[in-house]
Ligand binder design. Structure first.
Ligand code: ZN
Ligand code: ZN
Length: 253
């Protein structure tokens, strides 16, 4: 099993997850052209993606989905709530899933779980090939017991480290947006993400990717500090997924 990030942040998110003969793209928040360019850097042919899974309807996750799906005939999976409000137009093939129930695509088991975020029916995922598990959690304003249970014992985790509360408070965002980002249905601060790590059994964790960092309200060094402190002596590789280049392929061994 392996994964890569095409880029992560408030201007666009997309993640590749691969197991056996199955290759999934989670979200497509870049234009079709930009996605093709980034896939090429990862040596992935655009028509080789078996399905696109959508976490929620915010444009940094969905803006490229429908066009990409139509261009390459890629099936799309989303919750009924996301389907009800997304504005991207027709997709090549639409599949709805229940955000409380696991499902399978090809060689991959997918466990969705709902998250508190200001979208209609947002969710995030745990992927498994039967041997290894990869957790993906961004775009959540708070930590729930349910997500702690879902992420328990993962081998790799892509986790939101969105903002530093001090930088958010002193930063350029208007007051309403500051309240939204820092609220219970907004995004995880460095501290909240580190607290989540403190609540998880990390015995199997080998890879941690800090993702969805705010370019205005966070700094990679701050996020990394929080990750390192939270992981303590855990011998895990740490990566920061940024907006421009994401993270190259990482294998779960
Ligand atoms: Zn987002
Ligand atoms: Zn969002």
């Amino acid at each position: 099993m392996r994964f890569a990030s095409l880029g992560s942040g408030s201007h666009g998110n997309a993640t590749l997850v691969e197991a056996g003969a199955t290759r999934l793209m989670i979200d497509c928040g870049f234009s079709c052209k930009e996605t093709e360019k980034r896939l090429q850097q990862l040596e992935v042919a655009p028509d080789s993606i078996d399905a696109i899974l959508v976490t929620h309807e915010h444009s940094d996750h969905i803006s490229g989905v429908a066009r990409y799906s139509r261009r390459y005939g890629t099936p799309v999976w989303m919750t009924p709530g996301t389907e009800a409000v997304h504005q991207g137009g027709e997709v090549a093939e639409l599949n709805l899933f229940n955000s409380h129930r696991s499902f399978r695509i090809g060689d991959m088991d997918i466990q969705p779980f709902p998250v508190p975020h200001d979208a209609r029916e947002p969710c995030q995922f745990v992927f498994s090939d039967g041997q290894h598990r990869l957790g993906l959690l961004t775009d959540t304003g708070s930590i729930t017991r349910h997500m702690v249970e879902a992420l328990e014992g993962v081998d790799a985790l892509i986790l939101e480290f969105n903002h530093d509360p001090g930088m958010l408070a002193d930063g350029p965002y208007p007051p309403g947006l500051k309240a939204r980002v820092g609220g219970d249905f907004g995004h995880l601060s460095n501290r909240q993400a580190a607290d989540l790590l403190g609540r998880l059994d990390l015995g199997r964790l080998k890879l941690l990717v800090a993702a969805h960092l705010s370019e205005k309200n966070n700094h990679p060094d701050l996020a990394r500090e929080h990750v390192e402190r939270a992981l303590g002596g855990q011998p895990a590789d740490i990566h920061i997924a940024d907006q421009l280049v994401g993270v190259p392929w990482k294998n779960l061994l």
